[in-house]
Design a protein around this ligand. Structure first.
Ligand SMILES: Nc1ccn([C@@H]2O[C@H](COP(=O)(O)OP(=O)(O)OP(=O)(O)O)[C@@H](O)[C@H]2O)c(=O)n1
Ligand SMILES: C[C@](O)(CO)[C@H](O)COP(=O)(O)O
Length: 241
């Protein structure tokens, strides 16, 4: 279906071209078996199960030799884009650019970490409902519940608390982060410093927009460190509606 001025459609874009250095596994963490299947398959299947999502795109490294066994070419509702880049932002931007002419400017793109296997169709629907037609877009996030400390180097190389950061108003960003195709392409394409862009919303904020914060769920954690796998599997064993 070509890009026309039809009603906005919803698409998923999953950056899955990382190496998982902090996981220190013997391969990229998105392919580790979590909850009985490769990690990235959980989020892909959540988008495929959502009646609101038109299609899912997964961005992997050009030399990825695993994806075809995890997402076989005949799997419906999903397309693999072999355009992963050096950073998460590069992978997302390359994926968006690869979709030129297939998505309309007003189509909504939900960027979701392949490393967040706990996503559910209900959370997808909650984000879509929470953002509505806000042109600034929005993201799933959780209000911070712990006290935040800003560290400083102490004696003997230890970290010490230099200050307590006021907790009120602090949220921990999750994904999906949802924006119109045109806005996200422009925001990431014009970001002044790729290293300052650790999530998609920060690029949109640099344009002066304020994306909506929609409360997510702890099950939607990003699997980053080895200890995160058991936590993710606990949630995956208990599908929340
Ligand atoms: N060059 C990159 C880096 C990351 N990602 C993706 O962005 C998501 C979030 O990134 P992160 O959790 O940091 O994954 P890694 O970069 O693989 O982990 P690490 O930083 O520990 O290497 C992951 O799904 C990862 O695959 C990507 O598509 N391209
Ligand atoms: C996008 C993100 O998951 C929001 O919290 C986070 O910024 C990704 O960071 P990472 O270092 O690329 O895992």
């Amino acid at each position: 279906m070509t890009a026309t001025n039809q009603q906005a459609r919803y698409f998923a874009l999953l950056p899955a071209a990382g190496v998982g250095a902090r996981m220190a596994a013997n391969g990229p963490k998105q392919y580790l078996t979590v909850g009985g299947k490769p990690m990235l398959r959980h989020a892909v299947d959540a988008f495929r199960a959502s009646a609101l999502v038109a299609h899912t795109y997964v961005v992997v490294s050009p030399d990825d030799g695993v994806i075809d066994s995890v997402l076989p070419p005949e799997l419906d509702g999903v397309t693999v884009l072999r355009v992963g880049g050096a950073t998460r932002m590069d992978s997302v931007l390359n994926g968006l650019r690869a979709l030129a002419g297939q998505l309309a400017e007003h189509d909504l793109v939900m960027v979701h970490d392949a490393a967040r296997p706990g996503l559910t169709p209900a959370l997808i629907a909650k984000l879509i409902d929470g953002v509505g037609d806000d042109p600034a877009g929005g993201l799933l996030a959780l209000p911070v519940v712990d006290t935040m400390k800003r560290s400083a180097p102490g004696a003997d190389g230890v970290s010490v608390s230099a200050a307590t950061v006021p907790r009120n108003g602090l949220w921990s960003a999750q994904t999906p982060q949802m924006f119109s195709y045109a806005l996200l392409l422009h925001a990431l394409g014009s970001a002044p410093d790729a290293n300052a862009i650790t999530d998609d919303a920060s690029a949109v904020e640099m344009l002066g927009l304020s994306p909506r914060l929609v409360e997510g769920h702890p099950r939607n954690l990003k699997v980053t460190l080895p200890a995160d796998i058991r936590i993710a599997e606990m949630y995956l064993a208990n599908e929340e509606k």
